[in-house]
Design a protein around this ligand. Structure first.
Ligand code: AMP
Length: 622
């Protein structure tokens, strides 16, 4: 009797360690069992847990399928895509928050809060509810075991704050986090790529609402992220929208516009579109069908796969552009990638697979379910960490360039984006005016050419520089990012040994959205940025020239003939005026003019310097 009781006790307290894919749209648990990872699902139920939470008027929140079912009838209390808000402040999340039917605010620590039924709730709390649901599924699927800890996956570009928020969610859900692992790394692990000969792996992840591509390096089982790129608002939902557009175009002949904009119509159209899209992944043609309750009519027409592919071609092309960008950041050609892994439900679309295969010149891995591959890899990683044999280290990259503001507001980049951490770089700077005893440093992050368009990470001052002529001080500035992604900037004046140091968290509070936006802005504004940078540089150059002329006013008046002096004065005035504006051409013209007009003065000054040198010496020394 006692024996049986003990057995039961052991059974009910059995602790398990699992892997969790905590996704934007869906989440999923998996475990390592009998030498391989497997998804934890309850018999007869779907495996994926929708990452959706609904707050009913009474009773506890609904999570997963039950919550998603409420979305149509109770949209104001149903929260989707909370992952987009993890670890972000109000300013970071405003663009995404606008599309939500909730009030959002910020607490005193800058943490986002969503107002639901008069209660303010943070993203980690909502994620914790999703995690809890995932854990319950795992425990039920494993016959009443208790989940003790988990490996949880996050996108490769998730910053410190976002990873921390994910940890917080796990803590709130009552489990230990064994490790936070990058999603593309997990996907590669699921395919066992850490054990093969692969040197580089491209992971193409196209889900419902987001697209990510990462290029990883594997050296002796050690994973590094060489580069990441993507689009936080591109996915299967856009494929659905392409079919909704087709419906609207054709229905526009028979229906008034307001009917086509009706939310109920749109919701029904989206569902019909997704159904048709999924069917087209398996067959060459399918009916797109829609019942219109308002008029009681049914609309139906056959869509061929070819027609669908044409409609989504520009979207697929956008993912390929991101892949090319990622390759270029990783300094690799497409044919240098050894393995390609597909992740996300939308990679089931044959045209997507074909496009990826064509770009990389090799067939991608498709053996595992693209919706499960990340969770399976997380389970594999959990197994490793629980004492399995494989030893896999993970490395990171800095997703945006880091630099210093230079004279005139331009940016000198010291560490390029996608540099592997830890890393460091040193560059020389100098003083700008005679007798300058301090230099202010403004540390910025971003891809834009002007400091004001980048994000400020910190400012500090190096003071105590002995007075010297402008340009004589030798200041070495070193940027160092350690393995945890913490940036330390040190500045040292070489001749005097005066030094200063600042530590800043490069990624704190910076969002994937912002990263994407900043990257996109960097590309879109390349020409404008280039001009702005030239304007800034020219203004600085003119400033130096004008100061030199001012300083030697007296010499000019004494030594130059009237015509030359007048010409110089006019050129000086024109330069001052041009410097007040931002007209690139005017700045170039006035710089050239001033350069020419000041040449006689420069010659006089040179003469004086030579004479001084000569008169200061004995004749025989000359
Ligand atoms: P995920 O976010 O990875 O779960 O991906 C969800 C997206 O994959 C949604 O847009 C689905 O419509 C899409 N999806 C799922 N199955 C298929 C399929 N067989 N063919 C095309 N798209 C699919």
């Amino acid at each position: 009797m006692g024996y049986i009781e003990l057995d039961l006790l052991e059974e009910t307290t059995r602790k398990i360690v699992i892997g969790i894919d905590l996704g934007t749209t869906n989440s999923l648990p998996a475990i390592w069992r009998d030498g391989r990872p497997e998804v934890l699902r309850v018999e007869g139920e779907p495996a994926l847990v929708p990452s959706v939470v609904n707050f009913p008027e009474e009773g506890p929140p609904l999570v997963g399928h039950a919550a998603r079912a409420q979305a149509v009838v109770d949209p104001r209390h149903t929260i989707f895509s909370i992952k987009r808000f993890m670890g972000r402040g109000l300013a970071d999340a405003r663009a995404d928050a606008r599309s939500l039917p909730f009030e959002v605010s910020e607490n005193e620590n800058g943490v986002l809060q969503i107002d639901v039924r008069g209660r303010k709730i943070t993203p980690p709390e909502i994620s914790a509810l999703i995690l809890r649901r995932v854990i319950e599924q795992a425990e039920e699927a494993f016959g009443g075991a208790e989940v003790q800890s988990a490996v949880i996956t996050v996108p490769a570009y998730f910053d410190d704050a976002q990873r921390q928020a994910t940890r917080d969610a796990a803590r709130l859900a009552g489990i230990d986090v064994l490790r936070i692992v990058n999603e593309p790394t997990a996907a590669s692990l699921a395919y066992g790529l850490d054990q093969g000969d692969a040197g580089t792996v491209a992971v193409y992840d196209l889900g419902g609402g987001t697209f990510d591509v990462s290029i990883l390096s594997i050296e002796e089982g050690v994973f590094g992220v060489l580069a990441t790129a993507g689009d936080t608002h591109l996915g299967g939902d856009d494929f659905d929208a392409a079919l909704v557009d087709l419906m609207r175009e054709e229905l526009a002949r028979d229906l008034p516009e307001e009917d086509l904009d009706d939310p109920a119509f749109l919701q029904a159209a989206r569902l019909a579109a997704e159904k048709c899209k999924i069917a087209l992944s398996g067959s060459p043609a399918h009916d797109l069908a829609l019942s219109l309750p308002s008029s009681g009519t049914t609309w139906r027409r056959t869509v061929t796969r070819e027609e669908f592919e044409q409609r989504i071609a520009p979207l697929v092309e956008r993912t390929l552009d991101a892949c090319r960008r990622c390759l270029s950041d990783a300094k690799l050609r497409a044919d240098e990638v050894d393995e390609v892994v597909l992740v996300g439900g939308s990679t089931r679309v044959p045209a997507v697979r074909a496009a990826v295969e064509k770009l990389f010149g090799r067939p991608p891995h498709t053996g595992l379910d693209p919706d499960q591959v990340v969770a399976l890899g997380a389970a594999a990683q959990a197994q490793v960490l629980m004492g399995g044999t494989r030893d896999i280290l993970l490395m990171d990259v800095t997703p945006l360039s880091l630099g210093l503001e230079t004279m005139g507001g331009a940016v000198a980049k010291l560490i390029e984006r996608n540099s592997r951490v830890p890393c460091s770089h040193t560059e020389g700077f100098t003083t700008y005016v005679d007798g300058q005893t301090a230099i202010d440093f403004h540390i910025v992050q971003g891809e834009r050419e002007l400091a004001e368009d980048c994000r400020t990470l910190g400012r500090f001052r190096l003071s105590g520089i002995p007075p010297m002529a402008a340009g004589m001080a030798r200041v070495a500035v070193r940027f160092h990012i350690d393995a945890d992604g913490v940036l330390t900037v040190t500045a040292k004046e070489q001749t005097s040994g005066v030094a200063a140091e600042i530590e800043c968290k490069p990624m704190h509070g910076l969002t994937d959205e912002e990263v994407e936006e900043m990257l996109a802005a960097g590309f879109e504004n390349a020409q404008a940025d280039f001009d702005a940078r030239r304007v800034a540089d020219l203004k600085a150059e003119l400033g130096t020239m004008l100061r030199a002329v001012d300083k030697n006013q007296e010499t000019a008046r004494k030594q130059l003939d009237r015509e030359t002096l007048e010409d110089l004065e006019e050129a000086t005035q024109a330069a001052r005026k041009a410097r007040e504006g931002n007209d690139l051409d005017a700045l170039v013209r006035s710089r050239d003019r001033l350069e020419q007009a000041s040449q006689p003065l420069a010659a006089v000054l040179m003469d004086a310097v030579v004479k001084e040198a000569v008169t200061g010496k004995k004749l025989e020394d000359v």
